[in-house]
Design a protein around this ligand. Structure first.
Ligand code: NAP
Length: 278
């Protein structure tokens, strides 16, 4: 039986929660925060952090870590069995839809409780001009074909991730400023693109300076949420720059937590129900 959706952590007394074996699917700051909390507050919890291996020099917490794909749903199912995992926290990025789907399927097959740890998305204020699009492809298509933008070349600040630039080849009339942690493949970039490699967090002053220097007229971003990369939206608001905002993929039907503390509370409940079932 799955524990109910998370409630605030109640383990504030001296009692140590029982042991639990947890897989944390990571790649986000929320995953790292949860792992730090587990390490400092719950010595009998054996947690393994899993990373896709997308970043060549990830910031790794001091704990058990594995890197690389599991080999689809079957591979993850086997891994959960082989490592006697009691519970899974899917703390992958809000746009890592495939991994979330695989986690839901493998946990259903193995009857492991699964929690989705996902930070809330950003929301527009009345001062913002956001155009919502369902995918990166639709954002590129809007730049290529929408009568609002296709005739007048725009100066586009593109922050969609280095593996997701190809669709913008279809809108080569614009100038692009592309920013990612690691460099993208040059063949996947539209012709008039400047690349900046940088890792957040970014502050408002620097974002304003960058967007002014490049005379940005359009910002394209995924609705990743969180604080680390939010300043670009504030800068766009101040400069009157419209935003093409890519909506998140549909969520899996699993319990959700919006921060690491709520995920920790859910794991305490898992441990308590595992103990009761023994
Ligand atoms: P994805 O499309 O959902 O996943 C593609 C494949 O990568 C999965 O099927 C899985 O391979 C492997 N994978 C993904 N996350 C994994 C993890 N935490 N541990 C082990 N294998 C994992 O995901 P993605 O968009 O490529 O993102 C990859 C990673 O980068 C995720 O950890 C995500 O949190 C992080 N990230 C993604 C974005 C984004 O915008 N998508 C942004 C920042 C960080 P198998 O099928 O072989 O198991």
């Amino acid at each position: 039986m799955l524990p109910a959706p998370p409630t605030p952590c109640t383990n504030t007394g001296n009692t140590m929660p029982p042991s639990l074996r947890v897989l944390v699917l990571g790649g986000t700051t929320e995953a790292s925060s949860l792992c730090r909390m587990l390490g400092t507050t719950w010595p009998t919890c054996h947690a393994v952090l899993s990373l896709a291996g997308a970043t060549s020099q990830p910031h790794l917490p001091d704990m058990s870590t594995r890197i690389g794909g599991f080999g689809g749903v079957a591979g993850l199912t086997n891994w959960l069995h082989d490592h006697a995992i009691d519970a899974v926290v899917d703390a992958t990025h809000p746009f890592a839809a495939q991994m979330s789907q695989h986690a839901a399927m493998a946990c259903a097959a193995t009857q492991r409780p699964l929690l989705r740890l996902e930070r809330p998305g950003w929301t527009a204020t009345p001062q913002d001009t956001w155009f919502m699009v369902p995918s990166i492809a639709e954002a590129a298509s809007a730049l290529a074909r929408s009568s609002r933008w296709n005739t007048k070349p725009q100066s586009v600040f593109l922050t969609t991730g280095r593996k997701e630039t190809r669709p913008f080849l279809a809108a080569p009339q614009h100038h692009y400023l592309f920013r990612s942690i690691e460099p993208p493949c040059p063949a996947d970039l539209p012709p008039q693109t400047s690349v900046i490699c940088a890792r957040g967090p970014f502050d408002l002053e620097a974002e304003l300076k960058l967007m002014r220097e490049h005379q940005i007229t359009m910002l394209v971003t995924k609705n990743s949420g969180g604080t680390a990369t939010h300043a670009k939206l504030e800068a766009a608001r101040i400069l009157g720059v419209p935003v093409l905002m890519v909506s998140r993929p549909p969520a899996q039907d699993t319990p959700h937590a919006k921060d690491a503390a709520a995920a920790l509370a859910w794991l305490h409940q898992c441990a308590a129900s595992t103990l009761r079932a023994v």
